[in-house]
Design a protein around this ligand. Structure first.
Ligand SMILES: Cc1cc2nc3c(=O)[nH]c(=O)nc-3n(C[C@H](O)[C@H](O)[C@H](O)COP(=O)(O)OP(=O)(O)OC[C@H]3O[C@@H](n4cnc5c(N)ncnc54)[C@H](O)[C@@H]3O)c2cc1C
Ligand SMILES: O=C([O-])CC(=O)C(=O)O
Length: 338
């Protein structure tokens, strides 16, 4: 039987997760990933990789909860398996603290992380400028390890990989039966979607092996995330800023804010600086449309625009994209319905 040719565009965390889901589930498909950049050069590679999220305004809450739960359950299983260190996936405990008590004291994902609770008065004494805090255990997923691990899994499922920039979806539709667009910020040009915009994020990597627990300020601007090889200090969220160069002032600001929360950081050595552009969008786009090429109707499934939460929602949105591909395969073409 002729196999269905599926093209996945993008090799960041969203593209690789989606490609693995399709290649491992739909045996009637031959899946190819084409991307301009691969690990360690994608945005996903530099992200702290903490599983955490703020709410998107127009996606039904139930759907966002499912995306979060499916991702954390998938990663918890890896964290508890012999693959944890190869895949760079592990448990991470810490707190999120707030200068003002938030209206919504329980985030939508509080039941999916482990041991979520409000901090006690005693615990809050450490943060005199903050009034309220939450402590929990979540997952940290380090993409510098996780992406090559997913890539290997994809190849083992028979997937093929090519490094190339796609300049037009229409041209790709002439060669494939289904296209899945996971090109992140690249969708601004590729899918002509002006709703996608860069949200610049700068971080510092420091050597501070004595730090074991994360601290995140609820304003989303300051965070300290201990990892396997270094501690990530953040951050910045600069909308519509395309600069990929490190900004010294941003770096100094990050170090100062983080040291106020964790004074021992003043003695830590900076071992790296990194800037990435988050694929900002009011809501992620996980939906299907069609392209028409040489008299054929080619399904085009989009999965991009995850903003600052691409790792957190990667497996859940990949499963939705898989469902959209599966539906396209089993639907009759429109002329056959007459
Ligand atoms: C400082 C910082 C910290 C972050 N921390 C976290 C965190 O702790 N937790 C979290 O969940 N998220 C975090 N994020 C957000 C996360 O990095 C993104 O949401 C995620 O990486 C998006 O993944 P993606 O696969 O959509 O995009 P990308 O990783 O950018 O991958 C896009 C892929 O598409 C390819 N592509 C684009 N255009 C084309 C084209 N025309 N042809 C071929 N290929 C193309 C690229 O080459 C690449 O392979 C952080 C981001 C930043 C900047
Ligand atoms: O906000 C955080 O905790 C980390 C993150 O996702 C980002 O910087 O995009």
């Amino acid at each position: 039987m002729k196999r269905v040719k599926v093209l996945v565009i993008g090799a960041g965390v969203v593209g690789l997760s989606t490609a693995v889901c399709i290649a491992e589930t739909l045996v009637c498909c031959s899946v190819t990933i084409i991307a301009e950049k691969f690990s360690p050069d994608t945005t996903s590679d530099g992200a702290a990789g903490i599983l955490f999220a703020s709410e998107f305004p127009d996606v039904p809450l139930g759907r966002q909860q499912r995306w979060f739960k499916e991702t954390i359950d998938h990663l918890l299983a890896i964290a508890h398996s012999p693959h944890a260190s190869d895949a760079g996936v592990f448990l991470c405990s810490g707190c999120q603290i707030f200068k003002e008590v938030p209206c919504d004291k329980k985030p939508f994902w509080s039941d999916f992380v482990l041991g979520f609770r409000n901090m006690t008065h005693q615990e809050m004494k450490r943060f005199p400028d903050h009034k309220f805090g939450q402590t929990f255990t979540t997952i940290k997923c380090e993409c510098v390890r996780y992406l090559p691990w997913l890539e290997k899994r994809f190849r083992e499922a028979g997937g093929q990989i090519r490094c190339e920039k796609i300049t037009g979806l229409q041209k790709a539709a002439q060669m494939y039966d289904v296209i899945v667009n996971c090109s992140g910020l690249g969708s601004r040009l590729l899918a002509k979607d002006e709703e996608v915009y860069p949200i610049r994020g700068q971080i510092l990597k420091v050597d501070a092996p004595w730090l074991k627990n994360f601290i995140r300020d609820g304003d989303g601007k300051t965070y300290i995330y201990p990892g396997m090889g270094y501690v990530t200090l953040g951050g910045t969220r600069q909308a519509d800023d395309w600069r990929l160069e490190v900004d010294e002032e941003d770096g100094d600001g990050i170090m100062e804010r983080c040291s106020q929360l964790e004074p021992s950081l003043r003695k830590a050595q900076v071992i790296g600086r990194w800037v990435g552009l988050r694929p900002g969008r009011t809501n992620p786009r996980v939906e299907r449309e069609y392209l028409y090429a040489e008299g054929r109707r080619v399904p085009l499934v989009h999965n991009y625009g995850h903003g600052g939460w691409g790792i957190t929602l990667s497996w859940g949105t990949a499963l939705d994209a898989l469902d959209l591909v599966r539906q396209s395969l089993f639907e009759k073409p429109p002329q056959a319905r007459l």
